[in-house]
Structures are given as structure tokens and as C-alpha cells.
Design a protein. Structure first.
Lengths: 444, 378
């Protein structure tokens, strides 16, 4: 699959124009049958590509992402368009005056925005089942979910329609679809990447991040979004495996891969992980409910029915319960910080299983069936709760349904995670496999 | 006069009942055949208490209670390390200052296992983690059958027969506590709904069982001449030392709970299970370990400490309960149709008819998460 780093190199070297790249990309996106794309921004994309080509013609450097097309989840502000957050409620809202800060940084680096992408309404779900815009399909098996809530972003990258895309992650909305579609996706240290111009969900946990097809691309996009370029040292990495609930709800292939990746690593158990997840549930429900309370009071029936009932329930939660969950979180973060201090990378499953069928969107958690849209984030939610960075990495398993691990680091150590992932990629243990027999994009 | 009346009213009603029971046992101690009946009533009340807790607790809560290894380790450390260290220190400090037998008794009480019944009943009153308390207190008591004689042999001069009826203690715990608990839990599918809907029935059983235990124990102490074997100064001294010991243990446990990051519910277990000493185990053990002529004085500090711990824990449990009830009211998730309607009205949201089933289901899910957050999964 074509990487962003290669496209940018070709454009910068003049081997291909940004406009040519964008035209091929627009043509491929037009054939999207994954229900991943909500709006194709042809005019804007052509204008941005032309600007890149003009800079090259003038001998100027258009930036490290010169001519690289990308898409954004439907909750980023795009100048001139209403920010829908996946809801018809805001389909006719006033258009955004400016781009979200993340888009501004990418444009400055030469990237070309070509599409907005499907999501669970208001990012409330792990499935990208959207009553208004449809259910996004998994490129590896269209009968299966792509995961969510950034399912559209993950699907277009996995299908090779775009080399990278932006999503957002509140409780796992990047890592879950990354795992189910077999691409890389990062949830940054909380507040490390710019949130300005992003429709919020639960401010305590909201973060944006990219999906990519390689670690090199992840580094490149990270540099641009974070505005940093520092490299970590080459000291040996101290790895630990997360035990307890992470191991109890895992695919045997994930456990085998973890054992192969770090055979001598200690297994550590994060205490009170079930309580942490429950506290995250309460905080998310409360903040989501508060955010939409006014809209629920005025036009509840305009919401996606599944999301609406969850948001109303959240709006009815008492503030004292929310405060209790936040107090637990503060103490829990301190305890875990001390516990993981001796390690550089914690390795755990990103999701408990492969992508569920759309016709039967249920998964097994603790031996019982539960709804995928609520529980696919069982392993990502406690990490968001801690505000730690976590990189979802696809296990290298061509021809089989994708499955991901997450490499979790201490706060601010994303580059250590990239170094770890690059080592595994080089060893052939993780890596993106092109879906077989389904739509292949122009970037494939 | 008015102020004094208000002060009396402000004291926890349960504490007043406790005081009344102690005064009653002093004036009218139960003895002879009647004592056997009171003991039987206390045993039945305790069995009923455990039966109802077994029916009330979910399988998940029990599994979590058993697996709470850190808490069990802290309770055991408090009972068998912290207490003995403090006992040795107190005895060393007071060497030559008082009746040697009373000092031996003071040390002996620090080597005893925790109580089971009152630890759990107080944990329940205080809205602590009952499942963990059942495990912690039972474990402490069972281990004590072997550990206490060992510690006594290590730190004290023993002159008795040295044979404690271990099997009898195990049998008592199994039949009186664990069997009703398991029976209640196995019947949970049948009576669990009733118990959940009528949680208030647990309160009189919790409290009644403690009052009966206190009446029975204090009567026995009075019949054995607690008021005649020592003078008032000795009693006051023992009461003071017991207070110092109890305060030190509770203080260390409060600090430990903070350092270990225990939840409120687990902290209550550590505080109550880790600070108790069992009269029920201590008296027969003393009878077996020490010369008969010395047993009366050796168990006296235990009797004093036992009364004090009951009063202090009753006061604390009542306080914890009030705080917990206030918190529960403030953090209660609306569940019934009426509660949901009231909560929706309060935040200005009109819930459409067709949304009500979905909202109710989601609130039930959030209620389960709230219970898990508090360490008491449903």
C-alpha cells in the first residue's frame, strides 16, 4: 500500500504532481462502497493540490506531507462546512469559519484534505453504526464492522483509499477501529495534540490522532501534528505485558504474539481495572449528557435512537457520582504512574476479538455476550482513563481478519512507542496487510 | 438542661442501646440455663445475619472479595504483626508498674485473632465491603487457631495444658457462619430479589446480633466477677491502655489504607477487621494456655478491650453509615419511572415516551458501573 512518506517524496522530487495524486484519489473515493466517506471535498482538494504544485514550481518547499491526500472524521471543523459530528442534527448548522488546528497544521505541511469520514453519532460508540449515514464496512470483510467511532477514517486507510486519516479517541475510538481494520492508530497522551476546532464528546478523555499504514508514516504525521521532531535515545526498551482482564479477554493469537514479542517480559496487573473502566463509563456518560443536554431538551427525536437514549441517561446522572468517579481517577492515575514507572512499553490487546459481524454485533466479554458498540473498548477505555499514550499496531497476518495489539507508554513517550513499533515492523511481527478481494484504492 | 437533652439525642441511638445493654448486663447478668438460651439466641441471630448477607451479595462481589489479596494481607498484618508489636512495646514500657498478670493479659489480647461476627456486622452497618470482610475476618479467625498459640509460646510464659480445641473453633465458624452464608447465597435466585428490595431488614439483624453478643459476653464477665477481681484504678488503667492500643492500631490502619490506595469500602474492612480482638476465641484459648487460677485476670484486659472496641466501632460505624447514606442519596442513579421523570424534570429534559425503555436500560447499565466503581459490583 502506498505510504504517505513515499507520496510526499515523489511530489517533492517532481516525479508526480499533487494534482495528479488528488485526481486519482477523488476517483477512488467516488467508488467507496464501504460507507466510509460522508463528503468528498473535490474543490478544496484540487485547490490545495494546485497550491502545492505551484510552490514546487516556484522552487519552494511545500512541506513534509507535500501532496499527500487525507481525510478527517466528521467532527473536525472544515472551513465553509457544517461540523456534523455524524449527526443530522447539525447537518444544516452554520459552516465552520476556520479549519480545526490539526487540519491547519497538516495543510501547512502540504497535505491535501479530500474527504470527511463516517463515525458513530457524536462519537458515542465503538461500531460506526450511524442511523443517518449508514454502517461503515470493514475492508477485510464487508459483512463485518469496521469498529468505531472513527470507523470511516480507519476503513479508508485500511482499504488503501487514503494513506492516512484523522480520527478522535475518547475511550478507544481510534484504537478499536485500527485493530479491527488492521492499521496503525494512535491515541496520544491526553491533550498532547491540538483539540481546537474538534467537536467534543467527553473533554476529560478526548484526543485526536492519525491512522496510517506504516510506522514511518505515523512518525511523519505525528511530527507535523505535534510540532515536534525530537528523537528518543536508543537505550534498550523495558517491556511488560498487561495481565488480568487484558489476558482474560483476548484472542489466543494476541496472547501468542505478545509472548513471541517479549518472551521474558514480566506480566503486570493494573489494580482495580474494572473500577477504572466503570469510572470512565460514568465520566463519559455524564460529560456527554451535559454537552448535549440543551439539544436533548429541544429536539431529542432528531438524535440517533441508540445514541439519544445513552445521552439522556448520561444527562440524568448526579453530579456527585461524576465527582466520585473523577476523585477515583485522580488517585488511580497516581497509583498506576508509580506502578509502570520501571517500564517503557506496556503491551496489551487493543480489542478483545476480531471484527464482529454487522448482522450480529455482539462480542463475548467475561464469558457473556454483550453489545459490540458498548464493549469493544474494554481494553482501550482504562488507558484513556489514565491519559496515557497508546499505539494500536496490526499483527502481521495476511489473509486473516485483522487483530491489533496496543503499545502503551508513560505520558509524553509517543516516540518510544514508535521506536518499539518500528522494531516489530522490521521483524515482521506487526504490519499492514492489504485486504483481499475487496475495493482497493488508488493508494494501494 | 435543654442542651444536655439535645446532646443525648445527638448520640447514635445504637450507642445508647449498647450502653443500656452493658448497664443491663451489670445489673441483671444472665446466668445458668438462661445464659445458654441467650447464647443460642445470639448464635441464631449471627447465623441469620450471615444467611441474609449470603443472599444479598452477588457472585461477582464474593469472587472479588475472595480475590482482594492485598486487603486480606493488610488485615492479617494488622492482627498478627502490628498488634503483637504494640503489645510487646506496651508491656516493655510498663514493666514493673502494674499487676504482672494484667500486663500478661494485655499482651495476650494483642496475639488473638480478629472477631468474625462483629467485624462483619460493623462493616455492614458502615456500608463497607461485606464480601471482603467475610473472607478477611474468617481467614484471620481460622489462622488464629494455629497462630495465636504459636505467638503465645514465643512471647509469653505458658503454664496451661496448651491444647486449644482447634476443631471446635473450625466447626463453629463453619456451621455458624460459613454454612448459613453459603445457604443464603445458594438461595439468592429465590430470595435475592426480596432481600434486595427490603435491604432495611438487614439493619435490625446486624444490630440485634451485636447487642446479643455484647449482653452475653458482658454477662459472663460480670458473673465471673469483673467488678470484684480488680479495683477501680486497675480498671481505669486498663481502659486507658486499651484506648491507647486501639487508637494506635486504628491510626496505623488509616495511614496504611491511604498509602495502599484502598477504596472507602475496603478501608472500612481494614479498620474493623484489623482492629478487633476476639473474646469468643480468647477466653477458651486462655483457659487452655494458662493456669486456671490466672485465667480470670489474664482475660480481664481482653474483656475491657472488647467492650471498648465495640463502643468505638459502633460509633464509627454509625458515622460512616450517615456519611455513606448522604453520599448514596447524592449519587443515586434514578431507576424507577418516577425517579427518572423527576430527574429529567430537574435538568429540563422531557423524555419522549419511546425513549423511556432505552433510557431505563442505559441507567441500569450505569448503575451497575457505579456499583463497580464503588467496589461493590452487583
Amino acid at each position: 500500500m502506498k505510504q504517505a512518506i513515499d507520496i510526499a517524496a515523489d511530489v517533492r522530487a517532481g516525479r508526480v504532481t499533487a494534482s495528479a495524486i488528488v485526481e486519482a484519489c477523488l476517483e477512488a473515493l467516488g467508488r467507496d462502497d464501504l460507507v466510509a466517506v460522508t463528503r468528498i471535498l473535490a474543490d478544496r482538494a484540487r485547490a490545495e493540490a494546485a497550491a502545492v504544485d505551484a510552490q514546487i514550481a516556484a522552487g519552494r518547499d511545500p512541506g513534509p506531507l507535500a501532496g499527500v491526500p487525507y481525510g478527517v472524521k466528521d467532527l473536525f471543523d472544515v472551513a465553509g462546512l457544517p461540523t456534523t459530528a455524524g449527526s443530522t442534527l447539525y447537518a444544516d448548522a452554520a459552516p465552520a469559519r476556520t479549519d480545526a488546528e490539526a487540519i491547519r497544521r497538516l495543510r501547512k505541511a502540504g497535505a491535501v484534505l479530500v474527504a470527511t469520514l463516517n463515525m458513530d453519532e457524536f462519537a458515542y460508540g465503538f461500531a460506526t453504526i450511524n442511523a443517518a449515514y449508514g454502517t461503515t464496512r470493514n475492508p477485510h470483510d464487508p459483512a463485518r464492522l469496521a469498529g468505531g467511532s472513527s470507523g470511516g477514517s480507519a476503513a479508508v486507510v485500511a482499504a488503501g483509499l487514503l494513506p492516512f486519516a484523522l480520527g478522535s479517541d475518547t475511550n478507544g475510538s481510534i484504537r478499536v477501529p485500527a485493530s479491527l481494520t488492521g492499521v496503525y492508530g494512535i491515541k496520544a497522551t491526553h491533550d498532547a495534540l491540538p483539540m481546537a476546532g474538534v467537536f467534543p464528546f467527553a473533554a476529560s478523555f478526548d484526543d485526536v490522532g492519525p491512522f496510517t499504514v506504516s510506522v514511518a508514516d505515523m512518525r511523519l504525521v505525528w511530527d507535523v501534528l505535534s510540532g515536534t521532531t525530537a528523537e528518543p535515545t536508543d537505550q534498550p526498551l523495558r517491556i511488560a505485558l498487561l495481565g488480568g482482564r487484558f489476558r482474560e479477554n483476548a484472542d489466543p493469537d494476541q496472547l501468542a504474539a505478545m509472548a513471541a514479542i517479549a518472551p521474558d517480559a514480566p506480566v503486570i496487573e493494573l489494580p482495580d481495572i474494572a473500577r477504572a473502566r466503570s469510572a470512565a463509563f460514568v465520566i463519559t456518560a455524564y460529560e456527554g449528557g451535559q454537552l448535549h443536554r440543551a439539544a436533548l431538551a429541544e429536539q431529542a427525536m432528531a438524535f440517533d435512537p441508540q445514541v439519544r437514549d445513552r445521552l439522556i441517561a448520561g444527562a440524568l446522572l448526579p453530579k456527585a457520582l461524576y465527582d466520585e468517579a473523577q476523585a477515583f481517577r485522580a488517585a488511580f492515575k497516581q497509583r498506576i504512574a508509580a506502578l509502570i514507572a520501571p517500564y517503557d512499553v506496556l503491551l496489551a490487546p487493543a480489542t478483545p476479538c476480531v471484527a464482529p459481524l454487522i448482522a450480529d454485533p455482539r462480542i463475548t466479554i467475561d464469558g457473556a455476550l454483550s453489545l459490540a458498540r458498548a464493549d469493544l473498548g474494554i481494553h482501550s477505555q482504562p488507558i484513556s482513563f489514565l491519559g496515557l499514550p497508546s499505539l494500536a499496531m496490526p499483527l502481521a497476518r495476511p489473509g486473516r481478519l485483522p487483530l491489533g495489539l496496543q503499545a502503551i507508554g508513560r505520558a509524553g513517550t509517543e516516540r518510544t512507542l514508535f521506536r518499539f513499533a518500528a522494531m516489530l515492523e522490521e521483524q515482521g511481527m506487526v504490519g499492514v496487510s492489504a485486504p483481499a478481494g475487496v475495493l482497493q484504492g488508488s493508494m494501494a | 438542661m435543654g442542651r444536655a437533652f439535645k446532646l443525648v439525642l445527638s448520640i447514635d441511638r445504637f450507642l445508647l442501646l449498647l450502653i443500656a445493654v452493658v448497664v443491663g448486663a451489670s445489673l441483671l447478668p444472665v446466668r445458668g440455663v438462661a445464659a445458654g438460651w441467650v447464647d443460642l439466641a445470639a448464635d441464631l441471630a449471627i447465623a441469620l445475619l450471615f444467611f441474609l448477607h449470603g443472599a444479598k451479595l452477588s457472585r461477582a462481589a464474593i469472587v472479588q472479595g475472595i480475590g482482594n489479596l492485598k486487603l486480606h494481607a493488610l488485615v492479617l498484618a494488622s492482627t498478627y504483626v502490628l498488634f503483637p508489636l504494640l503489645g510487646l512495646a506496651l508491656v516493655a514500657l510498663l514493666h514493673g508498674w502494674g499487676n504482672p498478670l494484667l500486663l500478661s493479659g494485655l499482651l495476650f489480647l494483642t496475639l488473638l485473632p480478629s472477631t468474625v461476627q462483629s467485624s462483619i456486622a460493623f462493616t455492614a452497618i458502615a456500608r463497607g465491603n461485606v464480601a471482603a470482610a467475610v473472607c478477611s475476618a474468617s481467614l484471620s479467625n481460622l489462622l488464629g487457631i494455629f497462630l495465636t498459640p504459636l505467638l503465645v509460646a514465643l512471647f509469653m510464659q505458658v503454664d496451661g495444658k496448651g491444647a486449644v480445641s482447634s476443631w471446635h473453633s473450625i466447626w463453629t465458624i463453619a456451621v455458624q457462619l460459613l454454612l448459613p452464608f453459603v445457604a443464603g447465597h445458594l438461595l439468592r435466585p429465590v430470595i435475592g430479589g426480596f432481600v434486595d428490595r427490603n435491604k432495611k431488614i438487614l439493619q435490625p439483624v446486624d444490630r440485634g446480633s451485636i447487642l446479643l453478643v455484647v449482653y452475653s459476653a458482658f454477662s459472663a464477665a460480670v458473673v465471673n466477677g469483673i467488678w470484684t477481681q480488680v479495683n477501680v484504678a486497675d480498671l481505669a488503667g486498663l481502659l486507658g491502655l486499651s484506648a491507647v492500643l486501639l487508637a494506635a492500631v486504628m491510626g496505623v490502619n488509616v495511614l496504611t489504607a491511604r498509602l495502599a490506595g484502598l477504596s472507602r469500602e475496603d478501608f472500612i474492612v481494614l479498620l474493623f477487621c484489623g482492629s478487633k480482638k476476639s473474646l469468643a476465641s480468647g477466653v477458651p484459648m486462655a483457659g487452655a494456655l494458662f493456669a486456671p487460677a490466672h485465667v480470670g485476670l489474664i482475660v480481664l484486659p481482653l474483656m475491657i478491650f472488647h467492650q471498648l472496641q465495640l463502643f468505638v466501632c459502633a460509633a464509627l460505624a454509625g458515622r460512616f453509615r450517615s456519611v455513606a447514606e448522604a453520599r448514596e442519596t447524592a449519587t443515586a442513579i434514578p431507576r424507577t419511572e418516577a425517579e427518572i421523570a423527576a430527574a429529567a424534570k430537574a435538568v429540563g429534559v422531557q423524555i419522549p415516551e419511546e425513549c423511556l425503555p432505552g433510557v431505563t436500560t442505559n441507567l441500569a447499565l450505569l448503575d451497575r458501573h457505579a456499583a463497580t466503581l464503588r467496589g461493590t459490583p452487583q
